[in-house]
Design a binder for this molecule. Structure first.
Ligand SMILES: NC(=O)c1ccc[n+]([C@@H]2O[C@H](COP(=O)([O-])OP(=O)(O)OC[C@H]3O[C@@H](n4cnc5c(N)ncnc54)[C@H](O)[C@@H]3O)[C@@H](O)[C@H]2O)c1
Length: 406
């Protein structure tokens, strides 16, 4: 199995910001064939991730350059509304002039993250008769952004969409990609769409009010980026592990961690944004093979970040078992997961049999190959296939981690 290092991929190239702002377009090339006609689509979509510190405080012009002055449906969660609602409403009022915004408070939890939530957003858009050029703005954590993104992709077959993440997972992961998903029949993210936001506005000052456990959830995704492609980021996280929950990433280290995690994520995604054909072999899936089962099997009582942490620990022990990393590097990675206050042990009701059985669904999702992402060094990964994952290996990894936990 080839080892994969994508450090050099997706390097930012200088880009004219006027070009970056250009409208989306969708022409197609028409070819006349002997037995019919083929349309080759030329889809141009520019998605921006903009750092806008203190976006609720700065002068209206900053925000105006990212948000259209037209009507908007603004979706936010009760928590975000309570903490930031007044300031959000006043900033958007400054922006929209006479165009009115409608605010929808949506109770966004993992347990209720399903199509009916996306439908509620669509119904609010229908009720206000949001026009085609209107926009749906999601302000919240990953759950809210996933629901709102999906709704934006289906309302009138797709309207402008803006993401304003307010959690660490939102800032470095859920808010910046092109995927939106909801759960269905107890299957994590079984339904969704690939639909980029026009812009994601990054303001880490939202993290000042985030509970420590949700900071830790986000650190799991930052650590994922470090292990798969950024050894320096790993060392930085290792050196600062104690301070993240107290500082809430408001210091210099926090800024570097967020920026490196974001640029690493975008560089990885840029290799195959829409996961077409060969897109099932992705380094960013580290921590995302066993975790959907762990989340669903615990009735979504295990948060996404914690499930990713457990999956990363399991996958790292499997990497050591298969000889892809030394046991000392394996221990270093697992120790850091611990140090970040994240779990590593697989606890009841999740068991080795269930974990193994869950791989069938992953194989189907990845079009026939498991592609379990495991570390192959610090900042490098390799992909392990189904034939190499036996019940015995999962059981061993599980017991190894339980013993450490004990
Ligand atoms: N689409 C993607 O590419 C993608 C990527 C990663 C994760 N996700 C999804 O993201 C979800 C996890 O996201 P999450 O960790 O943000 O969870 P979350 O959205 O449930 O938010 C966590 C908690 O933080 C609260 N909160 C939000 N902002 C706050 C703030 N500024 N201050 C105080 N409290 C605040 C929320 O009310 C919630 O209780 C999962 O559903 C996961 O599947 C999606």
């Amino acid at each position: 199995v080839p080892s994969h290092s994508s450090k050099s991929a997706g390097q930012p190239v200088p880009y004219d910001s006027a070009e970056a702002k250009s409208e989306w377009s969708s022409t197609a090339q028409v070819s006349y064939l002997q037995d019919g006609i083929a349309l080759t689509s030329l889809l141009h979509r520019c998605q921006r991730v903009a750092y806008l510190p203190r976006l609720l405080e700065s002068c209206p012009a900053d925000l105006a350059s990212f948000i259209h002055p037209g009507p908007a449906l603004v979706v936010l969660t009760p928590t975000v509304s309570k903490l930031y609602g007044a300031r959000i409403a006043s900033r958007f009022r400054d922006l929209s002039g006479s165009a009115s915004s409608v605010y929808l408070e949506l109770n966004c939890t993992e347990q209720s993250k399903d199509m009916s939530q996306a439908a509620k957003v669509c119904e609010a858009a229908v009720a206000m008769n949001l026009r085609r050029g209107g926009q749906i703005i999601g302000i919240g954590g990953g759950v809210c952004l996933d629901i709102v993104g999906l709704a934006a992709s289906i309302y009138r077959r797709g309207v402008r969409h803006i993401k304003i993440p307010t959690t660490l997972i939102g800032l470095i992961d859920a808010g910046i990609g092109v995927k939106n998903g909801v759960n269905c029949l107890n299957k994590k993210s079984a339904l969704g769409s690939f639909y980029p936001p026009e812009v994601t506005l990054i303001d880490r000052s939202f993290l000042q009010t985030l509970a420590p456990q949700h900071i830790r959830d986000g650190l799991a995704e930052a650590l994922k980026m470090a292990v798969i492609r950024d050894a320096e980021l790993f060392e930085l996280i290792e050196a600062s592990a104690d301070a993240f929950t107290s500082e809430r990433l408001q210091d210099q280290v926090g800024e570097v961690v967020i920026r490196r995690a974001i640029s690493g994520m975008l560089a990885e995604l840029s290799q195959n944004l829409y996961e077409l054909d060969s897109g099932y072999c992705r380094a960013v899936d580290f921590g995302h093979t066993f975790s959907p089962h762990i989340e669903a099997a615990t009735g979504y009582q295990t948060s996404h970040g914690r499930a990713v942490a457990i999956d990363m620990a399991l996958s790292t022990v499997i990497a050591a078992l298969l000889g892809h990393v030394s046991w000392s590097l394996c221990d270093r990675i697992v120790r850091l997961i611990d140090a970040l206050g994240l779990p590593t042990a697989v606890l009841s009701p999740v068991d080795a049999v269930g974990l193994l059985a869950s791989l069938d669904s992953v194989v189907a999702h990845r079009n026939g190959a498991l592609n379990l992402v495991v570390p192959a060094g610090l900042g490098r990964v390799t992909f392990v296939q189904r034939a190499e994952i036996s019940l015995g290996r999962i059981q061993y990894a599980k017991e190894y981690l339980e013993t450490r936990h004990g």
